[in-house]
Design a protein around this ligand. Structure first.
Ligand SMILES: Cc1cc2nc3c(=O)[nH]c(=O)nc-3n(C[C@H](O)[C@H](O)[C@H](O)COP(=O)(O)OP(=O)(O)OC[C@H]3O[C@@H](n4cnc5c(N)ncnc54)[C@H](O)[C@@H]3O)c2cc1C
Length: 336
C-alpha cells in the first residue's frame, strides 16, 4: 500500500512540536506528529514532570506535567495522526515528486509535503558516572530523572551536580526529604543566581569540591562515600537515594547524513525557520540562529512561524499571517 502523503509532519512531540501540531490544525493542514518516546511532552514529561515552570507567559506557576497536558489537549483537537515509539533516522527529499520521506528506526516510512523538526536536544540520554555500583543500582535508589517526588518522603538524599537541575531538585525536595546533601566538584555553580541564593539560605547541606566515590547497597542504595577532590579525604553519607544531575548528552548523530546544515550542534534556520532542505523547517531547542534562547516561550513563537511558513510553501497563494485564533471556532477542547 502506498504511504499517505501528509501536508505537514512534525518530528518531536515536546512542547514546541505539540504547539506546532496545534497550529498546523488551525491552518487546516493534514498533520502527522511523530516521537521516539512512548509518550507526548518531550522534556516536560520525560525529564522534569514534577517541577514547576515560572516563565511561560500566562502561567505564573505551572507543573511541567500540567503544561504538557494542556499542550496535548490543545494539539490533539484537530485530530492529527500521532505515531509514538518511532525514532526517525533518515530524511530524504524526493526531488522528482517534491516530497519528503522520513524513515524510522523500525523501518516505517512517512511521506509529507513539508516537515517541521522539533527534535529538542535530540534523543536525550543522561550523562552517567563511570562507577560500577552506580550502574548496578540504577532504578534502585540511583536516579537520573525524577518522575515521582513522593518516593523521597522522609529519606536522606544525595544530589550530585552544580547546574540548574541539581539546585532546583534540592530546593524542590526540601521539606519533603528528611535531609538533603548536595555535592559539586567545583565551587562555581552553573545554576541561576536566584536559585543559588535560595539554596544557600535553605536547609540543604552544600559541599563544594566533593565528588561521589562509591555507592553502598546490594538491592537498594544504603549509603554513599564522597571525597574531597582537594585532598582525597573521604566521608560516608547515610543516604537512601542519589540523584545524579550531571546534564544530558544530546545525541544528534542520527541527523548526520540528512544533508541538513548544522551550526553549534543545532539546525541552522533563517527567520522563516527554514533549513537548507526544501520543505524542511525546524523550531525549538534544536535550532540555531543569532540570539537563540532555548526556552519554551521562544519555541512557541518559532513553531508558529515554522508552520505558517510550511503553509505558504505548499500554497504560495495562502496568507502567511493566519489571522487571530479568537476568530476561529476551536474543534474540540476538553473542558477542564
Ligand atoms: C530540568 C529542566 C528544567 C527546565 N526548566 C525550564 C523552564 O523553567 N522554562 C523554560 O522555558 N524551559 C525550561 N527547560 C527547557 C525546556 O524544557 C526546553 O526548552 C523545551 O523542552 C524544548 O522543547 P522542544 O519541544 O524544542 O524539545 P523537547 O522538549 O526536547 O522535545 C523534543 C522531542 O523530540 C523527540 N525526538 C528527538 N529526536 C527524535 C527522532 N530522531 N525521532 C523522533 N522523535 C525525536 C524527543 O523524544 C522529544 O520528545 C528546562 C529543561 C530541563 C531539563
Amino acid at each position: 500500500m502506498k504511504d499517505e502523503t501528509f501536508d505537514i509532519t512534525i518530528v518531536g512531540a515536546g512542547p514546541v512540536g505539540l504547539y506546532a501540531t496545534y497550529y498546523a490544525g488551525l491552518r487546516d493542514m493534514k498533520t502527522k506528529l511523530i516521537d521516539a518516546l512512548p509518550q507526548l511532552g518531550g522534556q516536560l514529561t520525560a525529564l522534569y514532570p514534577e517541577k514547576y515552570i515560572y516563565d511561560v507567559a500566562g502561567f505564573p506557576k505551572i507543573l511541567a506535567k500540567d503544561l504538557a497536558e494542556n499542550l496535548i489537549n490543545q494539539a490533539l483537537q484537530y485530530e492529527p495522526t500521532v505515531c509514538l515509539n518511532e525514532k526517525i533516522v533518515k530524511l530524504e527529499y524526493l526531488e522528482s515528486e517534491k516530497i519528503l520521506k522520513l524513515t524510522s528506526e523500525n523501518g516505517n516510512t512517512h511521506l509529507s509535503k513539508t516537515v517541521v523538526l522539533t527534535l529538542g536536544i535530540g534523543a536525550f540520554v543522561p550523562r552517567k558516572l563511570d562507577i560500577p555500583d552506580v550502574h548496578k543500582l540504577e532504578g534502585k535508589g540511583i536516579h537520573y530523572i525524577v518522575r515521582d517526588k513522593s518516593i523521597f518522603k522522609g529519606k536522606n538524599i544525595l544530589i550530585v551536580g552544580g547546574g540548574d537541575s541539581a539546585v532546583d531538585w534540592a530546593l524542590n525536595l526540601e521539606g519533603l526529604a528528611k535531609h538533603i546533601t548536595l555535592i559539586h566538584r567545583r565551587d562555581v555553580f552553573k545554576a541561576h543566581e536566584d536559585s543559588l541564593k535560595k539554596l544557600f539560605n535553605s536547609t540543604v547541606e552544600v559541599r563544594t569540591f566533593y565528588e561521589l566515590k562509591r555507592v553502598h547497597g546490594d538491592e537498594h542504595v544504603e549509603g554513599a562515600t564522597i571525597f574531597d577532590n582537594r585532598n582525597g579525604a573521604e566521608t560516608y553519607l547515610d543516604v537512601q537515594h542519589i540523584i545524579l544531575s550531571l546534564g544530558f548528552l544530546a545525541n544528534l548523530e542520527f541527523i548526520q547524513g540528512w544533508g541538513i546544515e548544522l551550526e553549534k550542534n543545532a539546525i541552522k534556520v533563517n527567520s522563516k525557520m527554514e533549513t537548507n532542505i526544501p520543505g524542511v523547517y525546524a523550531a525549538g531547542d534544536i535550532v540555531s540562529y543569532l540570539g537563540k534562547l532555548k526556552l519554551i516561550s521562544t519555541g512557541f513563537g518559532e513553531a508558529a512561524i515554522a508552520v505558517n511558513s510550511t503553509k505558504n510553501y505548499i500554497d504560495p497563494s495562502s496568507k502567511f499571517f493566519p489571522g487571530h485564533s479568537s476568530d476561529f471556532v476551536p474543534k474540540k477542547i476538553k473542558s477542564g
